[in-house]
Design a protein around this ligand. Structure first.
Ligand SMILES: [Zn+2]
Length: 180
């Protein structure tokens, strides 16, 4: 992993824009400023009526073979709800409209990609599903899936701490659960 994601200036091509801070790199020739800012990612917390959660096994690095929830980077022009709906359909074949998802938490994450550890902001959205029967995993990204009672999740198996923390919070504070 490199310390900077910018090997050359984006404008004039001079090598090695210099770090001003951990998130800003400036070109010594033309002063062009390069920034490292978090990518927003939308992530799906999917529960059935028995409070079982759907977790997928990653087919690729980072975290190959480990667990995460369905999700991916938000594309330009999308709402986060549209992004999480699209990613859910793409990765596991469940067609849930954006309106079915409600905001749950936003947690920072770090994602190694193309030689640099990028910051992301993982936006977690919760949706209830009537059934997990019709899952069709996208083999290029998903090597398998598990449907686990929330109380039985093994947090050590997650690829990303943000995902583990979101599921931990969900287990501790399930919306709609009745406290007596
Ligand atoms: Zn430059």
């Amino acid at each position: 992993m490199s310390e900077a994601p910018f090997l050359h200036c984006n404008r004039c091509g001079r090598p090695e824009p210099q770090p001003v801070s951990h998130r800003e790199f400036v070109c010594a020739s033309c002063d062009y400023r390069h920034f490292v800012t978090p990518f927003p990612a939308a992530c799906a917390l999917l529960l059935d009526a028995e409070n079982r959660i759907l977790l997928i096994r990653r087919a690729n690095e980072p975290g190959r073979g480990l667990l995460c929830v369905p999700g991916g980077v938000v594309e330009g022009g999308e709402t986060a709800e549209e992004a999480v709906s699209r990613e859910t359909l793409e990765e596991i074949g469940l067609d849930l409209p954006a309106s079915e998802f409600s905001y749950f938490a936003a947690l920072p994450n770090r994602y190694p990609f193309q030689g640099y550890v990028w910051p992301t902001l993982d936006l977690f959205y919760l949706a209830r599903v009537s059934s997990f029967e019709n899952i069709q995993a996208q083999e290029s990204e998903v090597s398998g899936w598990e449907i686990i009672p929330l109380a039985d999740v093994d947090y050590r198996e997650f690829a990303f701490e943000s995902n583990a923390e979101a599921v931990r919070r969900l287990n501790a504070n399930l919306p709609g659960s009745v406290c007596t």
